[in-house]
Design a binder for this molecule. Structure first.
Ligand SMILES: Nc1ccn([C@@H]2O[C@H](COP(=O)(O)OP(=O)(O)OP(=O)(O)O)[C@@H](O)[C@H]2O)c(=O)n1
Ligand SMILES: C[C@](O)(CO)[C@H](O)COP(=O)(O)O
Length: 235
């Protein structure tokens, strides 16, 4: 029976966010961003195991997850890379070597920085993708009119948005397929797992996500994330 395993890349430095620590360790509504993300994924019954991938130099992770107190379904992999894609590739390799992850197991790769992801959206993704031959990802249809800029930051054209979606995470693929796709990809260039799979000529499924699953990129995103986290506490 294939397992469903969340893999959380959490080895970024958060340069655009500009906090004193990497953004996954910023505290919002009583916990760090990473703890919110992990709590949400580890609490979903359909997810068997959660890997957190941090950099080998990470000085924060032990303070929030002391190894002696780690729940049985959470493991920390200290093998982050210089890019998100390298972190994911390194994490999958280590998980295959030390945690008996099989090629047929499903991996749900989810940004540490998307700390408001909902159980419903992850369950929707799993339901839609578990019988799909390729895999898929949460995404949002583009809602605004899109402009392409020229070098002077003037509009060169309006882009037809009819078939455009914004990629979110989790992105769900079989471990073997994703490892093979990442082995062939330029890990300095690709920004998500789907891109690597698409480059093999395959077509991942787009599954509608929701706006609460925003990624903390710049500091102003924390305002909205705080609101969503507080709402979830009330419900
Ligand atoms: N070398 C990297 C870079 C990013 N990430 C993770 O990938 C997710 C999404 O990346 P992004 O928002 O770009 O995070 P940062 O790289 O930290 O941000 P920035 O580009 O502003 O430095 C985050 O959870 C981040 O920790 C990672 O694990 N390893
Ligand atoms: C994977 C991702 O969350 C999809 O939107 C996103 O690409 C990651 O952020 P980055 O800034 O591109 O690394």
């Amino acid at each position: 029976m294939s397992r469903r395993i969340a893999l959380i890349p959490a080895a970024g430095v958060g340069a655009r966010f500009g906090a004193e620590c990497p953004k996954q360790y910023v505290r919002l509504v009583g916990r760090t961003v990473l703890e919110h993300t992990v709590k949400r994924l580890a609490g979903i019954p359909a997810i068997d195991l959660v890997f957190i991938v941090v950099s080998a130099q990470d000085e924060y992770i032990d303070t929030i997850y002391p190894s002696a107190a780690l729940p049985h379904n959470i493991a920390i992999l200290r093998c982050g890379g210089d890019t998100r894609a390298q972190t994911v590739r390194n994490g999958i390799r280590l998980a295959q070597q030390h945690y008996a992850v099989l090629d047929t197991d499903w991996l749900l790769v989810h940004d540490a920085a998307r700390c408001c992801v909902s159980t419903e959206s992850v369950e929707r993704l799993i339901k839609a993708v578990q019988h799909h031959p390729v895999g898929g990802l949460l995404a949002l249809p583009v809602a605004d009119t899109l402009k392409q800029a020229d070098p002077a930051q003037q509009v060169s054209r309006t882009v037809n948005r009819a078939s455009l979606w914004q990629a979110q995470t989790p992105q769900m693929f079989r471990a073997g397929m994703l490892a093979a796709a990442l082995d062939q990809a330029d890990l300095d260039v690709i920004t998500d797992e789907s891109s690597a799979v698409e480059a093999m000529g395959l077509a991942p499924l787009l599954v509608a996500g929701d706006i609460r699953n925003l990624k903390l990129t710049s500091a102003q995103d924390a305002l909205l994330a705080t609101y969503f986290l507080q709402q979830d506490n009330i419900e």
